[in-house]
Design a protein. Structure first.
Length: 607
């Protein structure tokens, strides 16, 4: 029986969905006061850096899909910053590293999120930047109720912040101790920084020129100067237990800007799905969709064991290719990977039992990439066994502090980011998945009130790979917003936080919609599952062959059938996986939206 926790939001005026109710409310307030979807998304994006600081920050990264009503396809805003000029393999190996740490300053790439949001406002928005940033500035200056998840992360790092990252302690430990859940918390320095960014462009004659002045302040002015000085002059403890300086400079910032590019897409029956290029993990959804189609997934109900098995096995194969072929440091053979004949050959590898192997494609001329991916995965499996996950600081704290002063381990997060979907009355649609610059990623830059990202941990330190560390190359991010067009012309925007799980949960949602589920909320509420079989994207880059996490609501019959197929099953809870949100616009202008009830903080709104 179909089950929904909330009604699907319906209307014609506008819809917003995000991973925090405050951001959703801010987005709707912008639409109500005449702003468009770009204005709403910018305001929401900055607010999320304040109210979900453990999941995104202004020093982070931003991929975004934008679809205008008059366009046949969306376009991609790439605000994923590349590696700085000083981020070389030689620099890392001279430090004795074989993997780039998952925290600290050495793992920082050029922060692109602020630049991306401001570019979006300048080129597609209608509001003044002062009005767009006013809600974020108010929440930073006046306070907001801190989420239990954020409070738990801070509590787990209280001793570490005090001992090693005092600039973070000054912000996140008011009165010298971790805040309690729902306690009001402030970041006045960040409010000052955002106010100054606005002020730097205020004297120009036009709205676009004023926003350009603010972009210059970020990428070529006081923000860039403060970030470069802090990164190169501060020795900060990182996940390896050593104190290191970063390599990001003001010159790196000045030499880069966000840009637009075409999406990748795949047709599936009468649907078309749009994703970022292979500098993100987005194409794995396209690959897995093609493999599952070739394997005959339409013959099975989305709630059946057969359906779940095929999705898991298709995703294993797609993510094996991700590890071998995706990146920005060398040309990626994406045409070959998305070819229907290739999908059919991959589908032929799926058997009745779960595979425990890492099986990337062996494309002509790229066999060495496949061999390297297999070797890395085997090395991590043998060295670490089980234990992949999102980046936390617990291991770093254990390595550097006396046992008597160890903080409680920071909880492993089910998602390391946030998500936004917005559609306005004119049909402008945005799907954005900003992340990075978490409070637990690196120490706060005291002159600015925010931390830098650690996205460089996704590079490899071997030469000649698609994702080898290389100055100017983008790290192969997990951030993966999505858009699609259905058979009747309805356009969809959707996404989720969750690191390596993002496209797994999105594929489950999409397949339910493709199977005929007409209610977005029902599709979001349906039981979720994912695998950690393949090599993880975050330090320490572990793999867990055959491991599957599934919500108990799949039912014991389905779970037992998956166990019988050799899936190594964990059932963490009935409502424990995914933070999906989605919005849709029909050709006649009718709007719909939904948001996950999991964690009880994501909401959709509209009318």
């Amino acid at each position: 029986m179909r089950f929904t926790t909330r009604p699907e939001i319906k209307g014609r005026f506008g819809v917003c969905a995000s991973t925090h109710w405050i951001a959703t409310g801010v987005g709707m307030s912008v639409l109500e006061r005449g702003g468009n979807a770009a204005d709403a998304a910018v305001a929401m994006g900055f607010v999320l850096t304040i109210v979900e600081p453990h999941l995104c920050g202004v020093g982070g990264d931003l991929p975004l899909l934008l679809w205008r009503a008059e366009d046949e396809a969306p376009k991609v805003l790439c605000a994923q910053g590349p590696a700085p000029a000083g981020a070389t393999i030689a620099r890392m190996t001279d430090e004795g590293l074989t993997r780039i740490p998952g925290s600290g300053l050495l793992a920082t790439v050029i922060p692109g999120a602020m630049e991306g949001w401001l570019m979006l406002a300048q080129e597609h928005g209608t509001w003044e930047l002062a009005d767009l940033l006013a809600p974020a500035i108010a929440y930073a200056r006046d306070g907001h109720p801190i989420l239990p998840g954020a409070a738990a992360v801070i509590a787990g790092l209280e001793t570490f912040f005090t001992a090693e990252w005092p600039t973070s302690a000054a912000v996140w430990l008011p009165g010298g101790k971790a805040p309690q859940p729902w306690q009001e918390i402030r970041n006045p320095k960040l409010a000052e920084t955002l106010e100054r960014i606005v002020a730097e462009g205020a004297g120009a004659r036009t709205r676009e020129a004023r926003i350009q002045g603010s972009r210059d302040a970020v990428m070529r002015g006081f923000v860039a100067e403060a970030l470069g000085a802090f990164a190169t002059q501060t020795e900060a403890m990182d996940a390896t237990g050593a104190r290191r300086r970063g390599v990001l400079t003001a010159e790196d910032m000045a030499g880069w800007q966000a840009f637009w590019e075409a999406p990748l897409s795949r047709a599936h029956r009468e649907w078309e799905v749009f994703k970022t290029g292979p500098w993100g993990q987005g194409p794995v959804l396209l690959q897995a969709l093609g493999i599952a189609e070739a394997a005959g997934i339409e013959a099975h109900d989305p709630g059946s064991a057969e359906h779940v098995h095929l999705v898991l096995e298709a995703m294993k194969l797609a993510c094996a290719d991700r590890e071998a072929y995706y990146g920005d440091s060398a040309p990626v053979p994406m045409d070959a990977l998305l070819d229907p004949a290739h999908a059919a050959s991959r589908a032929a590898l799926i058997g009745e039992a779960a595979s425990l192997e890492q099986r990337p494609s062996r494309l002509p001329g790229h066999q060495a990439w496949a061999d390297a991916a297999i070797a890395r995965a085997v090395e991590e499996i043998e060295a670490a066994g089980a234990g992949s996950g999102e980046p936390t600081m617990a291991d770093m704290a254990r390595a550097t502090l006396p046992a008597s002063t160890l903080p409680k381990p920071a909880p492993t997060q089910s998602g390391d980011t946030v998500h936004i979907d917005v559609i306005d009355r004119d049909g402008l649609m945005i799907s954005a998945t900003p992340s990075g610059g978490w409070l637990q990623s690196s120490p706060i830059v005291p002159a600015l009130g925010f931390a830098l990202n650690t996205r460089a941990q996704m590079f490899w330190l071997e030469e000649g790979l698609a994702s080898s560390l290389k100055p100017g190359a983008r790290p192969r991010t997990t951030l993966s917003p999505s858009m699609a067009r259905g058979p009747d012309g309805t356009r969809y925007a959707f996404g989720t936080p969750g690191g390596d799980q993002q496209d797994q949960w999105q594929l489950a949602l999409l397949l339910r919609l493709m199977a005929g589920e007409a209610d977005l909320q029902a599709a979001i509420d349906a039981p979720l599952f994912h695998t950690t079989h393949f090599q993880g994207s975050f330090w320490p880059r572990a793999a867990e062959p055959g491991r599957v996490l599934a919500e108990g609501r799949l039912g014991e019959e389905v779970l037992d059938a998956l166990r019988a197929r050799r899936h190594r099953l964990d059932v963490p809870g009935d409502w424990s996986l995914g933070r999906l949100t989605a919005a849709a616009r029909a050709p006649d202008g009718r709007l719909r939206a939904g948001a996950t009830p999991r964690l009880m903080q994501a909401y959709a709104a509209g009318r």
